[in-house]
Write a protein that binds this ligand. Sequence first.
Ligand code: PMP
Length: 393
Amino acid sequence: MLHRLEEQSPDALLALIKMHAADDRPDKVDLGVGVYRTGQGDTPVFRSIKAAEQQLVDEQDSKSYLGPEGDMGFVNALMPYIFGEDATMGGRIAGMQTPGGTGAVRLALALAQKAGLKKLHMGTPSWPNHAQIINDIALDLETFDHANPDGTANVEAALSAIRGAGPDEAILLHGCCHNPSGIDYTAEDWEKLGDAIAETGIFPVIDTAYHGLGNGLDEDVTGLRSVLAKVPEAFIAYSCDKNFGMYRDRVGAFYILADGGETLDKAFTNANALARASWSMPPDHGAAAVRLILRDSKLTAMWTDELDQMRERMRQVRAALADAGTAGSVDLTPLGRQNGLFSTLPVSKDQVKELREKHGIYMAGSGRINIAGLTTNNIDKFVDALADVTGSA
Ligand code: PMP
């Protein structure tokens, strides 16, 4: 049978990692891979995670099965951070653990499809795996422009997608720190989006993978909360892989907002059944460590401190880029107003190639850069190289 399969192109970012590893220039710069880096270029395990892991080693007395919903202590401990003081919104939210944010996105879309979803609206560009998941489960996708050329969010495009949507349609929104553009909706945009969503009845799916890495733990969920306050039903996909530095441990959660009682229970049992048929149960270790952190005030303080430092470092890099003004034909000032790990530069594929070959600067073909790949040691080199390949303005 297998000869019938068509060759799939390798993941472009993974290919970039290999090219970067094979480059022996000492001053090469990796802006490709989507992980946080310190000013020294490392992606360390959080101190709070190390402490929680030690506690797990010392105290965990069983590794027996949990269930498809995973570690409910973890799922519940996260909720006040996402949804606020009334963490279940009056008993209208139920959640479960998933293998990373990817598992949560997949589960959200599969469950929506099972409930009758016909078409999904999504702003582009988006995280490439969104389209892969949508394609894999054969959902009908309609795209709209996420951003304006001046580096602000194109809220009008999202609003017109929402207003034009028919029944059984959903919209996928990035909760904060948009990947790959760094361009988030403003608080007023979110209010407008929430109102339009509530008016038309389109189903909102909000993917939040970088909570705390934009402007702060509360600030980064203002938009999400303002939409949830207006709508009867929604799905939230959440990742702890960035804000707890747990990437390979695959820590995520999926939350359902529904009008309480029977509907919420039915949706939850269906999510449970889909999880069981897909991965049976999520991996426990990372979620258990996050639970220990969130249940211990000292560890929580240690974690928020680590998160603050990451966010502060990325804000400093963004400020330095914005201060540089322009590099060749690229205006860097919008990057200062954008959020999170990524921004996308208006560069051609050839310019990306030239940056790599001539200057040893590695970035995705789309022009997406990882802000955390820049440090005080390489930022000038980066700006000069960008000026060199894009020419004078
Ligand atoms: N959504 C978005 C927008 C992302 O950028 C990512 C991670 N790159 C995810 C979801 C999934 O994250 P995880 O590694 O937890 O699966």
